[in-house]
Design a protein around this ligand. Structure first.
Ligand code: PLP
Length: 396
């Protein structure tokens, strides 16, 4: 018996454990200190009322013989697929019914999609990066190459920034975690053209699309001509509608997308019907309600609240003259550590002198060194107080 030795090639994921460890030590030494966490990647506002009502109605249906439902279709219930199609149509993207697969979230799909690709493929990820793209492909034995984000490209790498060869699979996340940077149509088109030229496949993570408020910025890769020939998109209701604890997302694989004579849509259906038994009826009904007129308005209210938090942090950094990306169409603010401090040095400095906790950028890849991620998912009061403390400390 042999274990999958690729696991030993994965970088240790010590980032959040090390953050917790340092905060714990600080608290032990300063039991009365008031600590504000701006490192939270989870939402904090409750579900929208329309979503809760839909979930309750669905639970009642499951308790009555006439309306009880068992296993869902592998691709998801029709009512939710149609609701997702309607949502995309609202910003001008027409999807086929058969393009859409309902899932239990974007993390599973981002990590599971490589199942349909050969282990020989080279995978391109941005640096800094959401670690799931890297780790899931290392588990599968694939080679990883990087496109470096930096101040010069505003953390929006283009194909010109690729180091280490030509990719077969390209992960793109916009609005980005951790940098909050959002791709313009022009940059995204460069990637689509590049993938089509090479025959590569783009996996586009749109988990934060709902934070985009400028209609000139693409919310879906399928707004870009040529994307149906090279792209898969993953979406999530986690940040759109506070579904981190409900678990629902979707993946869009255009029916005509083919590589090596195989339909990727059919391969994914084959993979899902083998390893995944669908999302519960109650959650799918709750997800459908997210896309109802009432649900959309209620969810937007919550997103506006987080946007307001992001604005407070961004304006503070503007006043301090600190370089950052994100904060406008994203719940993340990616700031340069002042005075040339390293990510962990700044983490300690901010914790010890302001009681504010963020996430060291170095934890998201080597290009994150010297940067720091703050999030807008806290309460308004905490965010405003943390911003005040940072301004006082850093304007000295
Ligand atoms: N993709 C990105 C870029 C994320 O930042 C996250 C969550 O933090 C996810 C996917 C996970 O989404 P889900 O909760 O739908 O699994």
């Amino acid at each position: 018996m042999k274990v999958n030795e690729n696991f030993s090639k994965m970088p240790q994921s010590y980032l959040f454990a090390e953050v917790a460890n340092r905060v714990k030590k600080y608290k032990e030494a300063h039991p009365d200190a008031s600590i504000i966490r701006l490192g939270i990647g989870d939402v904090t506002l409750p579900l929208a009322p329309a979503v809760v009502q839909a979930a309750k109605r669905a639970a009642d249906e499951m308790g009555a013989a006439e309306t009880f439902r068992g296993y869902p279709p592998y691709e998801g219930w029709e009512f939710l697929i149609e609701a997702i199609r309607g949502y995309y149509a609202s910003f001008g993207v027409m999807l086929n019914y058969g393009d859409i697969f309902v899932s239990d979230g974007a993390k599973s799909d981002a990590g599971d999609l490589p199942d349909i690709f050969s282990a020989d493929n080279t995978v391109l990820v941005p640096d800094p990066v959401y670690p799931v793209y890297v780790d899931s492909n290392i588990m599968g034995g694939r080679r990883i190459i990087y496109a470096r984000g930096c101040r010069e490209n505003n953390f929006l790498p283009t194909p010109a920034d690729i180091e280490g060869g030509e990719p077969d699979i390209i992960y793109i996340c916009s609005p980005n975690n951790p940098t909050g940077a959002v791709m313009t149509r022009e940059i995204l088109k460069e990637w689509v053209d590049y993938a089509n030229k090479l025959g590569a496949v783009i996996i586009f993570d749109a988990a934060y699309e709902a934070f985009i408020s400028d209609p000139s910025l693409p919310r879906s890769i399928f707004e870009i001509p040529g994307a149906r020939e090279c792209a898969i998109e993953i979406g999530s209701l986690s940040k759109t509608a506070g579904f981190t604890g409900m678990r629902c997302g979707y993946t869009v694989i255009p029916e005509e997308l083919e590589r090596g004579g195989y339909s990727l849509n059919k391969l994914w259906m084959r993979r899902q019907s083998t390893k995944f038994n669908g999302v519960s009826y109650v959650v799918q009904r709750a997800a459908e309600a997210v896309f109802s007129p009432e649900g959309l308005l209620q969810c937007k209210k919550n997103i506006d609240y987080y946007r307001g938090n992001a604005k407070i942090i961004a304006e503070t950094l503007d006043r301090l003259g600190i370089y950052y990306t994100g904060g406008k169409h994203s719940p993340y603010i990616w700031m340069q550590c002042p005075n040339g401090l390293g990510s962990w040095e700044f983490f300690d400095y901010l914790l010890e002198n302001a009681g504010v906790v963020g996430t060291p950028g170095a934890g998201f890849g080597s290009a994150g060194e010297g940067y720091f991620r703050l999030t807008a998912f806290g309460s308004r009061e905490d965010t405003a107080e943390a911003a005040r403390r940072m301004e006082k400390l850093l304007s000295r």
